[in-house]
Ligand binder design. Structure first.
Ligand SMILES: Nc1nc2c(ncn2[C@@H]2O[C@H](COP(=O)(O)OP(=O)(O)O)[C@@H](O)[C@H]2O)c(=O)[nH]1
Ligand SMILES: [Mg+2]
Length: 400
């Protein structure tokens, strides 16, 4: 990090910092604007004073300061934001495309955009999971239409890390959400399909924030219910719904172990025609199941309901429970605590993602790492020794 950014981040005045490292304010400002390179002694002091965040490289490497965007970039972001807040859907789409972009130059612009978004505690974020075909999109269509008719604005996002292979699912979702896909108070965004789960989840979380800034107050996040995407979604929503088929236990349904435990609300869908009885049986089975003895994250026992999305039955009851849950969460002040915990979880997930990106792009490609790996493969260096060498290399920055 360069010195200028460091001082700004921690609100330290040039004058105070100059005093801390024992130089004149004039010298410090020369270091900051790059007119002079500090002597070794001063660099060490800066290194220690900044806990290693500013080091020699930040003075010697003549890199373009990419923390500074060009004026036209800044103007463009301001314009996207201004128009998005005024309700321009093309600008909303631009904002989401920007946060989904994998291009290095877009990342800086996306960061600027995201830094200007306000926190919005009035929205309700709803996660919906369940095996493909259980009726997630159909329920979102029914619930979403109901909510729009009472004055809400509804957005739908999907997390589907496999959508690269199963490209058709998005088309399927849009046709399943016929009313929502043409309603001016609704917005459906297909899953960003590049990259692995961590990247997709990060983009979804950031898209939620763009949608809220636009004015959508109900955000649905749909996921498949078969992979690890569910815990990521759980960590970005206020309430997590698990949909079941009217056909017995989770093993039979192919739902991943552990997902039921995350549920704040379980809904047995397709309670219509010949399946009504079976749906009730499934409901009772889950009501008595041991997984249900645990409390949900706001100390409420997870409720279990049945519904028929195609016949529009039980939809209002689902909404009533969601409202009750959110109200209870807010009354107990847990809503805000959970959102703040989620921000931190997403912070660390982002850090993990950056580290693994760095490892794959810049580290594993280095010749000496390849040589080391080669030796480990041939058993000339042990696995623990190899791992220790790499770890020490990565963490070799030392300061007192
Ligand atoms: N009988 C019945 N079929 C339903 C119901 N909800 C959805 N379906 C059907 O189940 C299929 C899959 O629905 P979809 O919403 O795409 O499931 P998703 O993969 O979970 O999003 C479609 O053919 C729907 O028409 C329901 O309540 N009852
Ligand atoms: Mg679907």
């Amino acid at each position: 990090m360069n010195l200028k950014s460091f001082l700004k981040l921690f609100n330290i005045s040039n004058k105070n910092f100059a005093k801390q490292i024992g130089v004149s304010a004039v010298s410090l400002s020369r270091y900051i604007i790059g007119e002079r390179i500090p002597e070794k002694k001063i660099i060490n002091k800066i290194f220690n004073q900044t806990n290693g965040l500013v080091d020699a490289n930040d003075f010697f490497i003549d890199k373009k300061n990419n923390e500074d965007l060009s004026n036209s970039d800044i103007q463009e972001i301001d314009s996207i934001l201004f128009n998005l807040r005024k309700g321009s859907r093309p600008h909303l789409a631009k904002a989401i495309t920007l946060v989904e972009s994998l291009l290095e130059k877009d990342k800086l612009r996306a960061n600027l955009l995201l830094s200007k978004l306000k926190e919005n505690d009035r929205s309700i974020r709803i996660g919906i999971t369940g095996v493909p075909g259980v009726g997630k999109s159909t329920i979102i269509e029914a619930l979403g239409s109901f909510l729009i008719s009472s004055g809400n604005k509804v957005a739908v996002l999907a997390i589907d890390p496999s959508s690269k292979q199963s490209g058709g699912s998005i088309l399927g979702d849009k046709t399943r959400m016929e009313k929502l896909s043409v309603d001016k108070n609704a917005y459906i965004r297909p899953s960003p399909n590049q990259g692995h789960l961590g990247g997709v989840a990060k983009k979804t979380f950031q898209s939620i924030r763009c949608l809220e800034e636009f004015g959508f107050n109900i955000i649905f996040v749909e996921t498949m219910g078969v992979g690890q995407a569910e815990t990521s979604v759980y960590d970005m929503v206020d309430i997590f719904l698990v949909l079941l088929l009217p056909s017995g236990g989770d093993e039979l349904q192919g739902i991943k172990k552990g997902i039921i435990e995350l549920a704040d609300l379980i809904v047995v869908n397709k309670a219509d025609g010949g399946l009504i009885k079976q749906a009730e049986l499934t409901k009772n089975e889950y009501t008595n199941a041991s997984q249900m003895t645990s409390d949900s994250r706001i100390d409420l026992k997870p409720n279990i309901l049945t519904c028929s999305a195609v016949e529009n039955k039980g939809i209002k009851e689902i909404w009533n429970y969601i409202s009750k849950f959110i109200k209870s969460s807010k009354d107990k002040k847990m809503f805000y605590q959970i959102r703040s915990d989620q921000r931190l979880k997403n912070l660390w997930a982002d850090v993990d993602l950056n580290i693994s990106e760095y490892m794959n792009k810049n580290f594993k490609t280095k010749q000496y790492i390849k040589d080391l790996i080669n030796k480990i493969e041939k058993n000339e260096v042990s696995l623990t020794e190899g791992s220790k060498i790499i770890y020490e290399y990565l963490t070799k920055k030392k300061f007192d």
